[in-house]
Design a binder for this molecule. Structure first.
Ligand code: MRU
Length: 348
């Protein structure tokens, strides 16, 4: 089962993550604008899954366009690229994937519109397969950091649902478990969208990985009691200096772990690194609908007119990180050097 895939009817099919853990249901789209809306509405979420969904969205745009000439098809794709890129601002995988697909479409050796369509679909499929392979590589590196008997603190959802398959930080934990290590995962519930309690716990249930959901506010309690051996979370965008932008709440966990001398790692594919950003503070942070705070999943906690704020991500400065887990290995400080080397190696 993949989080996102192409169907024989030339549609994009996704697991509807809004319905997990209660229902495992799929949605199918035949219009790239629906794919963009699905990303905004978090039908699909998680940086790598968003990136591949946007790539399929570009392929879908090519197939739905009736353009007969290369020029008309490129015009259509340029508009689709703008709409898809606007879906969510923080995870760099989205903009990266869309720009990459535009490059593929503009290849001058493709001299018929149908050639471009086929090339875009083939590239989206290649990116989906590569995502799975890269996740397994980085998980193998990360699993070496987890010892038999460890308790791991994890934030948000970084498992197969956040990728095409397998996962990044949760993939690392999964691999350690599959290696036979006796481990337990404390899953932050991750308010307000509850990716930890809804999605990560569901994945752990499916895989048999021992876990316990904890309120976000309990993380410090367990870190201080010495009940956590290692913290691993994902990343939505990583700056050139190693600052990690990830799900809101990651920063406070990293600071508390540092205070208690517990190592913190961020796991991500090198495609999540954005070397054009010198540090994390200049990365755009998505501000989401306030009703996610006031009435999560329709449950009215406070009246609709109560004031709120809802930043979706925060910045963990690199000094709080013991290392960065990538498919190129576990990177150590100084990250400005190790990350640049890893990105270059990944690009071949
Ligand atoms: O808002 P979300 O659910 O898309 O945020 C997801 C995260 O912050 C993940 O930690 C990150 O994308 C890495 S997923 C492998």
């Amino acid at each position: 089962m993949r989080t996102v895939e192409w169907t024989e009817q030339n549609r994009v099919r996704m697991i509807d993550q809004r319905r997990i853990p209660w229902h495992l249901a799929h949605v199918e789209y035949d219009d790239y604008r629906e794919v963009a809306q699905a990303i905004t509405d978090m039908v699909v979420r998680g940086a790598p899954a968003i990136g591949v969904s946007a790539a399929y969205g570009m392929a879908l745009a090519a197939y739905q366009s009736g353009a007969l000439t290369v020029g008309d098809l490129l015009d259509f794709l340029n508009v689709a690229a703008v709409i898809l890129k606007k879906a969510r601002p923080t995870a760099v995988n989205l903009a990266w994937a869309v720009d990459h697909m535009l490059d593929v479409a503009r290849d001058e050796s493709l001299d018929r519109a149908d050639d471009i369509r086929r090339a875009l679909l083939a590239e989206a499929e290649r990116m989906a397969d590569a995502d799975v392979a890269i996740n397994k590589q980085l998980a193998a590196h990360g699993a070496e950091l987890i010892n038999d008997g460890d308790t791991i603190l994890h934030h948000c959802n970084t498992g197969f649902l956040a990728t095409v398959d397998y996962g990044t930080a949760l993939g690392t934990i999964r691999m350690a478990y599959e290696q036979g290590k006796n481990i337990c995962v404390l899953l932050d519930e991750t308010r307000p969208r509850l990716q930890g309690s809804r999605l990560s716990a569901w994945e752990c249930e499916e895989l048999g990985i021992p876990y316990e959901i904890i309120p976000d506010t309990a993380a410090g309690y367990y870190l201080r009691r010495g009940e956590v051996n290692i913290v691993i979370f994902g990343a939505d965008r990583v700056a050139a200096n190693g600052d990690v932008v990830n799900k809101i709440g990651s920063y406070q966990i990293a600071v508390l772990a540092h205070e208690n001398e517990i190592p913190v790692y961020s796991a991500f594919p090198t495609s999540t690194a954005d070397l054009t950003m010198a540090n994390g503070d200049i990365i755009p942070i998505e501000q989401r609908d306030l009703d996610e705070v006031r009435a999560p999943y329709g449950l009215e906690i406070v009246p609709a007119h109560f004031n709120a704020r809802n930043p979706a991500f925060d910045v963990t400065p690199h000094r709080y990180l013991a290392g960065l887990i990538t498919e190129q290995g576990v990177l150590r400080a100084p990250f400005t050097e190790s990350l640049a080397v890893a990105v270059k190696a990944a690009q071949g």
